[in-house]
Design a protein around this ligand. Structure first.
Ligand SMILES: [Zn+2]
Length: 63
């Protein structure tokens, strides 16, 4: 999809799963590395609302 401003990049939302460091009780302590993206092992399909990176216009769906 192309935004009315001519841009084709949007900010969406995505659920990810990542390896993390946990304590003795299993609770989250910190990320494995400073770069969270290096620890991601699964990611779901991005969902809206989507915001145009150029003009900020918001869309519920991209089509
Ligand atoms: Zn736009």
């Amino acid at each position: 999809m192309i935004c009315t401003c001519g841009n084709d990049r949007f900010i969406g939302h995505q659920i990810i799963r990542a390896d993390v460091i946990v304590g003795a009780d299993g609770s989250f302590l910190e990320n494995v590395t400073d770069r969270l993206e290096d620890s991601i092992y699964d990611a779901e399909k991005p969902y809206g609302p989507f915001t145009c990176t150029a003009c900020g216009r918001e869309y519920d769906e991209l089509r």
